[in-house]
Write a protein that binds this ligand. Structure first.
Ligand SMILES: O=c1ccn([C@@H]2O[C@H](COP(=O)(O)O)[C@@H](O)[C@H]2O)c(=O)[nH]1
Length: 271
């Protein structure tokens, strides 16, 4: 039987340590790498990141928006990056933040979770703002395809707080219920920013993974990750993009430094 997403993630975290590296080929980064803002530039950028981190990061998170900018040619580059990462055994968390009514969610699930799709990832990010129940079909599809989802709960951008604190409890309760009976992690993870000043919601009963973006360019440090997530240290997957992508010659070195610093801080911080 194939391993579930939770089993694969547990294995990668144990083997490689707690870090997800983003692939964010923004116009600014392409420019700073002396690459054209073009599909060929995207291709070179993606390949450079994949080659640098595929064997050392637990997961890689392509940001779909930067590929979608280039229409079908950008999506073709994204498809290749996903295939190369999955061939290398690196988990792919595709950051697409999709959320819609159930019939439309079924189409998104087919695109990103169905194992036969060219864009199939190990996990995708989903938005719960049409109601947690609107994600049920996508969660079922994730389970059927041994994939996972990360649902936005408390995102890293500070302006989200007034809205998200109203509903994060419902999101966490929905994710906790969907994960019941699954081990080591259920198929439903949460997105919780590493930039949060503190955890306002309890994660005590939650048996899923926590994707924590915000390291580096958004100001969070490995020590912040440890301070926030010490009670769920076994489950946290900190994510960093611009801070490791700034210099193409140093991506691997910076990835290893962030990964090892997150591991050290998480193991040293008392609950
Ligand atoms: O709460 C969230 C959810 C997703 N993101 C995405 O992560 C990266 C962050 O990039 P950095 O360069 O490390 O700041 C980016 O793709 C965001 O769309 C997030 O930042 N916060």
């Amino acid at each position: 039987m194939d391993q579930s997403f939770g089993e694969r993630l547990r294995t990668r975290l144990d083997e490689r340590g707690p870090l997800c590296v983003g692939i964010d080929p923004s116009p600014a980064l392409l420019h700073s790498w002396d690459l054209d803002d073009s599909p060929a530039g995207l291709e070179r950028f993606s390949r450079t990141v994949v080659d640098a981190v595929a064997d050392v990061a637990a997961a890689v998170k392509p940001q779909s928006a930067f590929f979608e900018r280039w229409g079908s040619r950008g999506i073709a580059v994204l498809e290749r990056a996903i295939a190369d990462l999955r061939d290398a055994g690196t988990l792919v968390v595709l950051d697409v933040k999709r959320g819609d009514i159930d019939s439309t969610m079924a189409a998104y699930a087919e695109a990103y979770l169905d194992r036969g799709s060219p864009l199939a990832a190990d996990a995708v990010t989903l938005s719960p703002y049409l109601g947690f129940a609107s994600l049920e079909g996508a969660i079922a599809s994730a389970v059927a395809n041994d994939a996972g989802v990360f649902v936005l709960a408390r995102t890293s951008n500070p302006e989200a707080a007034p809205l998200q604190r109203l509903v994060a409890g419902q999101v966490i309760a929905g994710a906790t219920a969907a994960n019941a009976g699954h081990s080591p992690f259920g198929p439903v993870g949460l997105v919780m920013g590493a930039t949060l000043p503190g955890l306002e919601e309890s994660l005590d009963d939650f048996n899923g993974a926590i994707l924590a973006p915000g390291l580096g360019a958004q100001g969070a440090t490995p020590a912040d990750v440890a301070r926030l997530f010490a009670p769920v240290r076994h489950a946290v997957l900190p994510s960093v993009s611009r801070a490791v992508l700034a210099d193409p010659a140093r991506i691997r070195e910076r990835t290893l430094a962030y990964r090892d610093e997150c591991a050290d801080q998480l193991s040293a911080t008392p609950v």
